[in-house]
Design a protein around this ligand. Sequence first.
Ligand SMILES: [Mg+2]
Length: 222
Amino acid sequence: MSRFKLVCFDVDGTLIDSVSNDFEYSWELLHNHFTIDKDVCEAVKKKFFSGSISYQEWADHDIGMWVSHGVTRQDFVSVCKKLKLMAGARETLMELKKAGCKLAIVSGSVDILLGTLMPDYKEIFDDVFFSHLTFDANDKLTGAEVTQFDMIKKADALRLIAKREGISLSECVHIGDHHNDVEIAKIAGLGIAFNCKDDELREVADVEIKKKDLREVLELIL
Ligand SMILES: [Mg+2]
């Protein structure tokens, strides 16, 4: 039995990689794929980071752009041709499960990407925090139930799961790659910066793994 009882994963850049190895955030990849005006999205993103709009307003804006472009379920599925599961992802999840660890996802990504790449993810993970896209009967995107737990609020999701399961935060692991993982990495007993693109995350994490293979986390956790 591991001294860690819960292992929490980020998705973009952690569980999911791009075929071209340059993946950071799914939203940006989706904007590019749907040929959404970059300048408009950049301006709205800046508004969020300067605190003048909420995460919900930011997400609603960007999803609204996809809806007005007439994006369909199939468009999201075809984006997945540019993506793949991180090397060693499935083996790592199975080993952790076998050792009795609870598994969680806390991500700002949209559910359909991991859902396409790992169709059985709901059976593998005990807890999933995502933004969920909604489609109409013709598979046209209609909107999303936006996660309340991205950015610094990822840490709130971990607190919530730990409290409910009666696990202390020191018994929790977090694995992530980017700036939205900083706060959650700080509170986890073991914060792992994996495939890391952010200096602040590197600094607050207990350990950094540079090799892009999730199996590298196993000896730290088990
Ligand atoms: Mg990420």
